[in-house]
Each structure stands twice: as C-alpha cells, then as structure tokens.
Design a protein around this ligand. Structure first.
Ligand code: BG6
Length: 485
C-alpha cells in the first residue's frame, strides 16, 4: 500500500508514437517520413549510432528503393488497422489518458500541400472518438520523430524558416478539426534532441548544408525554428480551442556529479543548463541568460528576429512534459561506460541497469520533478518512463514481467513522494504501454508494454495481443488511484 495520495483527477495512462505503432506507411495517401528510412541492423552496438548519425540524400533514396531490407517502423504493430482492439484493452486497464502522435505526412503527405488529406484526418478522428467512447483523454504529440521527407528534399526540413509556415498550417488544421475533443497537445517530442541530431525530428540532410555550415549551427537554428513554430501553434490553440492546453516536451538527462570536486559540480550544472535550454525558451518565453556563452563556446550564432522574440514571449506553454528512463554521471575521468537513452554515461556503482544498460534510478525521477517544478512552477506531465526488457511468452500465452512491475512501482512511489514534496504532477503515461518498435533499435525484442504483441525482430508473428502480468497490476494501480502498488 502507498499512503501518499494522488490527486483525484490524476491522468493515469500510457504513451506511444505513430511511427512505432501505426504501420500502413503507404496507405491512404500518407507521404514518406524520416522514420521510414530506419533499417533494422543485426549488430546491436551500431543501432543507436544509426539513429543519431547525420543523414544524406543518397542514403535516404537508397532506403526508399531498398526492397530487401527490413524497415520495422513502416509496419509498426499494425495499430492503423487494430486501433479498436488496442483501445479496448487500454480501456480495460482503466486508462484515463492515452498519448499518441499524429503523423504529419498522413495529414499533409508533402508537408505543405494545398489541402489536407481527408483520409488521414478521418483516421485520427476515428482514434480520438474511440478513446472518448471510453472516456480516455487523448494526449497528442504533433511531431514525434517522423518528419515528412518531401520537406527535407524541398527545403531541408527545419533548417529552413519556411517549415514554420508549413507547421502552422498543419497545426491550424488539427486544432480546427479536433476542437473540443482533445484537451492536451504537445508540439515536438523531446525537442532538445534536435541539438544532437538533425535528421531524426528535424528532417535535415547533411549534404544539403552549405560548405561553411556546421551540423551544430544548423541543428540549433532548426531548434529555434521549431520553438517559433511551437509558439505559433500555442497561439493558434489558445485562439481556436481556449479550453485546450499546450505542453513542451524534453528528454530529461539527470546527470550527477561524480565527485565533490567543484569543477565537476560546475560541469554537472552546465549539463543541466543544456537540458533546460529549449524548455526555458518555451516555458519562460526567452532564451536563458546562460545561452549566450553556451552558443559562443560552440560557435553557434542564431538568427532571431524581433518578431520571433515577441512570439516566444507572448505564447509560453501551459504545462511541462518530459521523458525519464535513467540517470547518468558527469565524470572527472574516463571509466566503465554504460549505455543510455541517446547519451551513454559512466556507470554509477549505486544503480542497477536494464538489459540495454540504462541505469535504473527511481529517486532520480523525484529529483528531476523537484528541480523542474522549482524552475517553472507549472503543471508537469510525465509522458514517458519505463523498462525496455526481453519478455518471454509462455505456452499458455502469459508473460511474467515482474521486473517491469518492480521498475514501474519504484518510479510511481517516487512520483508520490514528489507530490508530497509539493510538485504539481497531472499525469503519468508509461512508455510503450502496448509493445512497439524500439526507436533506437528498430527491434521488437526491447519491449515496454503491459500488452504483448506477437511480432519478432524479423517482422514475423501473428500480431495477436496478450495481457502481461503487468496488465493486471497496472489495472489495480489505476483503480486504487496509486494506493495499491
Ligand atoms: C524516447 C522516445 O526517447 O525513448 C521514444 O521518445 C522511444 O520514441 C523511447 O521509443 C525509448 O527508446 P527506445 O530506443 O528504447 O525505443
């Protein structure tokens, strides 16, 4: 039993993204996206690198023409055709909210077409209506690692200011169509990631850069364009649907200083400033004071107009959201490294790690929640958290995933502690509530879900859904509002 109380209207649920669940990538007029070029590669150690590496025109074209290779995100788990069955299972668990993303290229196949694709809008309306049938609140991400490739070829994605206009039109179409049906929106998934990799969410092709342009410079300028687009979308949402709320979303790296050496502590402080760089802009409406030095030291010079500054100042986000899987270390010396979400880290001797090397740190979630709330004083939505693990389906179609229950229980206990600390947390959506294709690995072996999907890394399987032990456990967590853990 947990004697710390969750608010009565706490939004328990789960999270997904279009490119990792939908499949049907060439159906109903959808255009190609950056996620369609993610190939499954055999060597595990090369997978994260593939996701982060700069992309070229030639490699994109080769991927789109490659008839032999395995591109799991093109097929997902077939949510496009099975959403009714899947939503019924989420409803059975008692979900109050479901986070999914809309694929921009399903609505505008070329990113900036004259008129939206009716079939795309209808699909998402069906999903939203199905959720509402069970009183599940949709939480929608507008861009989650699947940028329309046509806009990459045309104007190099978010490297171009013109992409702001295309996104604004996309936003207007969504908010007008789904007005009154969707209360929570997020513009960009993990928007601090574009600083590290331009292709994944920014659609930037390295060989389209001018000779004197560095990847870093262009990625940060692209991030600025995304922030202006987010501010414009926020303004539109508040005008079209005043009841709805807009969130900003980052991946949280909770990095501890390895020693008490003040220079290491300073490095940890700087790493945290970098974490917050983009969310400071979206939550506070201006670039933070430390940004000038950070940009100077990296040779970054941003083009920011007075109109941009005004837009950012006038249209801050209503809530903060983030993904949290593990913590890392800011080390003085090199040492044993372990893997992590996007960034690797030196191993922390106090922490266990997942099969993928991500360091499990529930207390780090409480620390993050306190830091974030101190900084912004706005509601916080934890929109990703979870354990990627290999599951075994028994002969009687069960999965005993006690390790996942242990991970989630420990994190929920720390959320309860943070609530008791006074942090305003409005909801919790564990990642991959139904098994999905891994973002970094393009594999099915790394499973996060309460629901097992019969599909393997080679794309073979019946696609049948089975309830894991964690399904029943999470159902009790929700029905007891976090008291029975
Ligand atoms: C987050 C992403 O960073 O991590 C998700 O927003 C992703 O898309 C999740 O799936 C877990 O990462 P992975 O590589 O285990 O799928």
């Amino acid at each position: 039993m947990n004697n710390k109380k969750f608010p009565e209207d706490f939004l328990w649920g789960g999270a997904t993204a279009a490119n990792q669940i939908e499949g049907a990538t060439r159906e109903a007029g959808k255009g190609w996206t950056t996620s369609d070029t993610s190939k499954f590669i055999e060597e595990p150690e090369k997978r994260m690198q593939q996701m982060l590496a700069p992309m070229t025109i030639q490699r994109v074209q080769e991927a789109l023409e490659d008839a032999e290779g395995l591109y799991p995100k093109r097929n997902g788990i077939d949510f496009y055709h099975r959403y009714k069955e899947d939503i019924a299972l989420l409803a059975e668990m008692g979900f109050k909210t479901f986070r999914f993303s809309i694929s921009w290229a399903r609505i505008f196949p070329s990113g900036d077409d004259e008129a939206p694709n009716k079939a795309g809008l209808q699909f998402y309306e069906n999903v939203i209506d199905e959720l509402r049938k069970y009183h599940i609140e949709p939480l929608i991400t507008m861009s989650h690692y699947d940028f329309p490739l046509a806009l990459s070829f045309k104007q190099n994605g978010w490297a171009s200011r013109k992409t702001i206009d295309a996104f604004e039109k996309y936003a207007e179409v969504l908010f007008t169509r789904f007005k009154g049906k969707v209360k929570y929106w997020i513009t960009f998934n993990e928007m601090n990631v574009i600083g590290m990799t331009g292709y994944l969410s920014g659609g930037i092709l390295a060989d389209k850069l001018a000779e004197n342009q560095s990847n870093t410079q262009v990625n940060f300028q692209a991030a600025h364009h995304q922030m202006v687009a987010a501010a414009k979308a926020t303004a539109l949402l508040h005008k079209i649907d005043p009841e709805a709320k807009m969130g900003c979303m980052i991946v949280r790296f909770e990095n501890y200083p390895e020693t008490t050496n003040p220079t290491t502590i300073l490095t940890a402080l700087k790493s945290d400033q970098e974490n917050f760089l983009f969310s400071d802009v979206l939550m506070k409406g201006r670039y933070p004071s430390f940004s000038k030095r950070l940009f100077d030291e990296r040779g970054i010079s941003l083009s920011i107009t007075p109109e941009d500054e005004q837009l950012l100042a006038d249209n801050t986000a209503d809530f903060f959201s983030f993904s949290y899987y593990m913590s890392g270390i800011v080390a003085e010396n090199e040492g044993d490294e372990t893997a992590g979400n996007i960034l690797a880290s030196k191993a922390n001797p106090y922490l266990k790690k997942s099969e993928w090397g991500w360091q499990i740190d529930p207390v780090g979630l409480r620390i993050s929640l306190n830091k974030i709330y101190d900084r912004y004083q706005k509601p916080i939505f934890i929109v990703e958290n979870g354990l990627g693990a290999k599951d075994t389906l028994t002969v009687d179609n069960k999965v005993n995933d006690d390790y996942r229950i242990d991970y989630l229980r420990a994190h929920i206990e720390q959320i309860a502690e943070a609530l008791a600390d006074g942090v305003d947390i409005i909801g919790y959506t564990p990642w991959g509530c139904i098994d999905l294709v891994s973002a970094s690995g393009n594999e099915m072996s790394k499973r996060y879900g309460f629901i097992y999907v019969d599909l393997d890394d080679n794309g073979d399987g019946s696609l049948e859904r089975y309830k894991k032990a964690s399904f029943d456990w999470y159902q009790k967590v929700i029905s007891s509002n976090g008291e029975v853990l």
